[in-house]
Design a binder for this molecule. Structure first.
Ligand code: ATP
Length: 263
């Protein structure tokens, strides 16, 4: 069996009297691809921040890539994780160039300073941007990009350190229909690539789940509604409970669709 990449036990996050995550148990094996779904405010981004070693739990234990959060050096751990999130994008300095934003992922830092990069790093960054359809944006300032362009650049950045764990927070948000379908196709290729990193993807929509994603967790108000293999988790009953309205879900040619049932 492949190794454990993530192991969360009894994780709670509390802030200002609110419980953002409640008693979360989550184990992710190396060859698994996870999707985390839930309504606004369910705690999805918070969970991904924990998995990305960006947030420490108030209680419970977290192991990431065999390292225990609280004991491990996060500055050594973070470059092993690729995280694409608007929480990262929001921290980018206004004058940061796209190429520098991707390059600095090698050190898991934001904002180019005096670090040295060799030609191999630059070539890799350019190739990743090209693969995500962003070659023409290399010299642009990140702050001037459209929402969809930012998403693609953020994914290139997340892949730059050749991560062992890839975390994507709402990668399709803000993309137009063509952009969404293009991204879903790229993630499908990545999901079935045996050499690709272990992945966890956050979304609000089952329509955005790429084929090849093996497992799902449904979150509502900080608690797990259902977790396990995608086929067993994506049921009318589980999704209706998760989103708080009667839903019907179906799978056609590998893609999922959900809609409200008229009452
Ligand atoms: N510092 C804080 N203090 C109090 N509540 C907070 C704090 N930070 C986040 N929250 C709340 O925690 C909840 C979970 O937030 P989170 O961003 O993880 O949800 P989400 O599922 O990603 O939501 P969305 O789908 O809207 O992006 C939200 O209700 C949010 O308002």
């Amino acid at each position: 069996m492949a190794g454990e990449v993530l192991k969360l036990k009894g994780v709670e996050i509390r802030r200002e009297g609110s419980t953002l995550l409640r008693n979360i148990d989550w184990t992710v094996q190396e060859d698994e691809r996870w999707v985390i779904i839930g309504p606004n405010g369910a705690g999805k981004t918070t969970l991904l921040q924990v998995a990305g070693a960006m947030l420490f739990p108030t209680s419970g234990s977290v192991e990431i890539l065999g390292e225990r959060l609280g004991q491990a050096d996060v500055f050594e751990l973070r470059p092993r994780i690729g995280l694409s999130s608007s929480a990262v994008a929001d921290k980018v300095p206004a004058d940061e160039k796209v190429i520098d934003l991707v390059l600095t992922a090698s050190y898991a830092i934001i904002g180019r300073w005096k670090e040295e990069y060799d030609s191999t790093d630059v070539t890799r960054a350019v190739e990743l941007l090209d693969a995500l359809g962003c070659a023409h944006l290399i010299r642009r300032r990140f702050s001037t990009l459209s929402e969809g362009e930012r998403k693609r650049v953020s994914i290139a950045r997340a892949l730059m350190p050749d991560p062992e764990l890839l975390l994507l927070d709402e990668p399709a948000a803000g993309l137009d229909l063509g952009g969404r379908e293009d991204l879903v196709a790229r993630l499908t290729s990545l999901a079935v690539d045996r050499l690709a990193p272990t992945m966890a993807l956050v979304t609000h929509h089952v329509e955005e789940v790429p084929e090849g994603f093996t497992h799902a967790m449904l979150l509502r108000r900080g608690s797990v509604v259902a977790t396990g293999k995608v086929d067993e988790v994506f049921t009318d009953q589980h999704l209706s409970k998760c989103f708080g309205l009667p839903l019907q879900v179906e799978r056609q040619e590998g893609r999922w669709h959900a809609r409200a049932i008229a009452t």
